[in-house]
Design a protein. Structure first.
Length: 164
């Protein structure tokens, strides 16, 4: 059961603290992930992990995103679905320090984290959208002002509830 401080996400938008917000979800919709790269936003109840922010572009507090930071999506790597520093050329990973604003604020969800199962899906984030409702690769994306509001009012008891 969702509480007032939970972020509830559906394909029609999001609800948080009595407000409704437009959001974008995966190109494959919301459901059960079938594997890495399927474009599905995973249905379920998730916690937020430590926010990662570009301090040169966002006023929010969080772990600073540096040019050498990546998120591992390589199913053969022991670091799958984890933050990487100093990327090796033989590992596939998503660059977090981007020229566009998509990852100026990025918050990993607790999806596939305990334990991490290679191939089950990685890099499920809350982040800034490309444009309103433009599909993601499986993340949940918002306007920058909306994501800033959500994170600035987030509590330790809040959860992300993603419903099909």
């Amino acid at each position: 059961m969702a509480t007032f401080s939970d972020l509830v996400v559906t394909t029609r938008g999001a609800r948080y603290r009595g407000h409704r917000f437009a959001c974008a979800v995966g190109r494959g919709g919301i459901g059960t992930k079938t594997g890495e790269g399927d474009g599905i936003t995973p249905a379920g109840v998730w916690s937020l992990m430590t926010p990662l922010v570009r301090p040169d572009r966002s006023p929010l507090q969080g772990r600073p995103i540096r040019p050498d930071m990546h998120w591992c999506d390589d199913i053969a790597s022991a670091r799958y679905n984890r933050l990487l520093r100093a990327l090796r050329p033989d590992i596939s990973a998503e660059r977090l320090h981007r020229p566009d604003p998509l990852y100026d604020i990025v918050v990993p969800l607790s999806y596939n984290t305990d334990p991490v199962i290679p191939g089950k899906g990685s890099a499920i984030f809350l982040h800034i959208w490309r444009k309103p409702r433009h599909p993601t690769e499986g993340c949940v994306a918002f306007a920058a002002a909306t994501l800033t509001y959500i994170l600035s009012t987030w509590t330790m008891r809040s959860q992300v509830i993603i419903r099909p």
